[in-house]
Design a protein around this ligand. Sequence first.
Ligand SMILES: [Zn+2]
Length: 112
Amino acid sequence: MSQLPPCPKCNSEFTYEDGVQLVCPECAHEWTEAEQAEAEAEKVIRDANGNELQDGDTITVIKDLKVKGSSAVVKVGTKVKNIRLVDGDHDIDCKIDGIGPMKLKSEFVKKA
Ligand SMILES: [Zn+2]
């Protein structure tokens, strides 16, 4: 018997296959294994050292970063508190003291 993954919504272990879909009998959630793998892959955002980042983390900038549309620069070593992970090329949303709301790339930061 193949082991099916638990329901990503309610964690029920009573999931069953219906064609290509997986179905949860407890919360009626339907999904495919491909969708689930994609969702899980997207969740992990790593810093320059390969450490996993999470919402609310404090990070340090490891490279001078120009702020788009201004002459300001976020200097190496700038600490940024309470980051929020987002989708996209710039995957960190945050607010930097003295500069304001900004988006950063996870490859240019490390977890503090
Ligand atoms: Zn469920």
